[in-house]
Design a protein around this ligand. Structure first.
Ligand code: 3H9
Length: 700
């Protein structure tokens, strides 16, 4: 059995300490231990109350996710363990020492009282795994804090820090000193005051006001359609919370929760989301790197370039409490960059998500400089100038001269050759790529790019730094575009080829939006600005790609995208809604005619496959070349960096779900029809199909 619960008595109080490192999930041994501990405490007449706490860094991280989908596990179920707690005639106190998530908070809600360490986060994040709280959370939380507050907490799944949880009424008390000592003291007070128990299941005052009020839940349903588009679990959560308010009894509400939980368990979104949960964590484990490898100690950073990327990266350092110098050799740009940073923080303050004091502290950690030599004493420098290999090479030659020995030298290129950059230094072993996604202070993804010479310490430090900066880091090999941008090239080109073959931009965008991305490729291109690519192509003498001719001709007509109200679409003043535009359609038709491509009608299914399968085929090539370590890494890149719907599990998981044999058959058909190199089937894909395997089976 995995995990255990230690039992001891402190005077009249029984102390149950959960021990299942590192984060105490409710594995079989923990459930059994809680049940046995409660049984023992109830049988011992000398025990007057029970305190439950967690060893290690969490109280309880929730149900053991690794048990989902596995064979039925041994010992008592969670329901039995919680029932004995909730039915206890002796008061039970949860002493929440650290994270209490999912089944962990639900355990605490079956206790009579809750005291928490001020730093402990609590929450019901099951929705992020395609689930809902299945151990009474949907029934008890509304009884404690009201239906609307509970719905908000459960549908967002976001953590609530203990002081806020106390304000909401989830936690009764915040410990000022040692959580176990204070938990025992609290228990002793309760015993001294008469040992009253307090069962949340019996509370009704917080839900009474919403009983019979259908409008509340209709409004919530309409809201969910917007905020949680395409997701299965949120609507199930709503049903459960509605039952908490309107069902005839607590038990009737629990029955609704059981049915809805079972429905979530069976939905493919649950498997996809749990795949992403483990894939994000596996991405941190790099073969050849061990936890024991010494890393570079990072106490000070430097960032070169104060544009959108550099400014965002500097914010990441400041947010993590690491002082950072921000360099720009142009004083005006530097001042502008700082203003943008200040504006970003000020907006967060105005939304109430950051205090002015915290903003001031962060701003004070960002030290602007125009002097390149100032960068030298940092432990890590990240170059974030625009994508120009010669410029980056020049900067690295200079960095080699000014940076102190042993510093990590990283380039934030989005696809250029990291080795060419590293070889400008006398210490390429200290160089790697750190590709942030824009806006760097918001996007979670970081691609760490392994150069030929990058040492384990360099790579391990870059991965660890990513975690410290709050990023999900994925290791990528040094190939053009690395993982993400190499794949997206195929997606964008196919989308453009389809409109040259007769599909409408609005149809392609609709299919991609319905699939779950925030927007399709043409709305996205208009949002980013068509002129960026056009100007870049002009600088190198233009492009021969027929697909590039559409944005180039649109730009020649002064159609730059949303920024001036016309691109692939037209936009009304102050409105970002894309509307078809006959002038843009004419440009597409003209280029289509010149392209000589055969015109055809497209089904939605074909549009989707032509957009998504290039990702799969290129992803498979990255795996066969070793530029991506795992299919799960590719999925992690796509959901965190490219807005791929998490509940679909990423492109490689999606391909597995379609059946790799059918995916390969379509790819082969597209190759026959178009001859486009993007469709040349990956050898790995062919091998997996021949062996009847999946991408996921390679990661297992
Ligand atoms: C649930 O509770 C359903 C219930 O309603 C009732 C059902 C009837 N199980 O993230 P980290 C592992 S659903 C198993 O790197 P951190 C994780 O894989 C659950 N394993 O650390 C990793 O393993 P490894 C609701 C788990 O400090 C290691 O622990 N709960 C679980 O950055 C360290 O994790 C959640 O959704 C688990 N529940 O963050 C919470 N949790 O070292 C999910 C973690 O081998 N967990 N592991 O790679 C989290 O949000 C974060 O892990 C946590 C710690 C904040 C706890």
């Amino acid at each position: 059995m995995k995990g255990t619960v230690h039992y001891e008595t402190r005077g009249e109080i029984a102390l149950l300490s959960i021990d299942n490192p590192p984060v105490n999930p409710l594995s079989s041994g923990v459930r059994q231990g809680l049940f046995d501990g409660m049984t023992k405490a109830l049988a011992d007449e000398a025990v007057k109350a029970v305190v439950i706490t967690g060893l290690n860094r969490a109280f309880i991280a929730g149900a053991d996710i690794s048990e989902f989908g596995a064979a039925a596990s041994e010992g008592v179920g969670l329901g039995e363990a919680l029932e004995i707690m909730e039915n206890s005639t002796k008061p039970v106190i949860a002493a929440i020492n650290g994270t209490a998530f999912g089944g962990g908070l639900e355990t605490a809600l079956c206790c009579d009282y809750r005291i928490a360490a001020p730093t402990a986060p609590v929450g019901l994040p099951e929705v992020k795994l395609g689930l809902l709280p299945g151990a009474g959370g949907t029934q008890r939380l509304p009884r404690l804090i009201g239906a609307q507050a509970a719905l908000k907490a459960i549908v967002s799944g976001d953590p609530i820090m203990a002081p806020q949880a106390q304000k909401l009424g989830i936690v009764d008390r915040i410990a000022e000193g040692d959580i176990v000592e204070e938990g025992i003291k609290y228990a002793e007070e309760i015993v001294a005051a008469g040992s009253a128990t307090r069962k949340i299941r019996d509370l009704t005052d917080k839900i009474a006001g919403d009983k019979g009020n259908t409008a509340v839940f209709e409004e919530a349903a309409a809201q969910l359609n917007k905020t949680n588009r395409g997701q299965f679990a949120p609507a199930q959560i709503l049903k459960c919370v509605e039952a908490a308010v309107n069902a005839d009894s607590f038990d009737a509400g629990m029955a609704v929760e059981r049915t809805c939980f079972a429905a979530c368990m069976q939905d493919p979104q649950r498997e996809a989301l749990i795949h992403i949960f483990f894939a994000e964590r596996a991405a941190n484990k790099i073969p050849g790197l061990s936890k024991e490898d010494p890393l570079i100690d990072i106490n000070k950073g430097s960032v070169i370039g104060s544009g959108t990327m550099g400014g965002g990266i500097a914010m990441c350092f400041a947010n993590a409490g690491i002082p950072v110098r921000l360099h720009d050799n142009n004083a005006e740009n530097l001042a502008k960059g700082l203003k943008v940073i200040e504006g970003n923080y000020a907006r967060t303050v105005s939304k109430g998500r950051l205090t002015q004091e915290a903003m001031d502290k962060r701003m004070s950690l960002i030290i602007p400089t125009e002097n390149f030599d100032d960068l030298g004493d940092a432990d890590v420098v990240i170059e974030a100038v625009y994508e120009n290999l010669d410029l980056k090479k020049e900067i690295f030659a200079k960095l080699d001269k000014v940076m102190k020995p042993g510093a990590l030298l990283a380039t934030n290129t989005s696809g250029l050759d990291v080795d060419a950059i590293a070889n400008m230094t006398s210490r390429p072993e200290f160089v790697c790529g750190m590709h942030f996604f824009s806006p760097a202070n918001v996007m979670r993804l970081l691609e760490v790019v392994r150069g030929d010479a990058s040492s384990p310490a360099t790579l391990g430090t870059a991965m660890a730094l990513g975690k410290r900066l709050g990023k999900v880091s994925v290791m990528a090999g040094n190939c053009p575009g690395f993982i993400g941008n190499r794949m997206i090239g195929g997606y964008s080109r196919q989308a453009s080829t389809m409109i040259l073959e007769g599909a409408k931009p609005a149809d392609v965008d609709r299919v991609i939006y319905d699939f779950g991305l925030a927007m399709g490729p043409f709305t996205m291109a208009d949002m980013v600005g068509l002129d960026l690519g056009w100007r870049a192509r002009k600088m190198v003498g233009g492009s021969n790609e027929i697909t590039a001719r559409i944005p180039d001709e649109l730009c020649e007509l002064g159609r730059y995208g949303q920024k001036n109200g016309k691109g692939y679409y037209q936009y009304a003043e102050g409105d970002r809604t894309p509307r078809p535009d006959p002038i843009a359609d004419e440009v597409v038709a003209k280029v289509a005619k010149d392209s000589g491509l055969k015109q055809k009608a497209f089904s939605d299914d074909e549009i989707l496959k032509r957009c998504i399968y290039p990702l799969v085929n290129i992803g498979a090539k990255l795996l066969e070349e070793g530029h991506a370590l795992r299919a799960g890494d590719i999925d992690t890149v796509y959901v965190n960096g490219y807005g791929f719907p998490t509940y679909v599990g990423g492109p490689m998981w999606f391909a597995d779900a379609q059946g790799l044999d059918t995916v390969l058959a379509d790819i082969e058909r597209f190759y026959d029809e178009t001859g486009d190199a993007v469709w040349q089937p990956s050898e790995l894909l062919k091998k997996l199909v021949a062996e009847g395997k999946t991408f996921a089976s390679m990661d297992a």
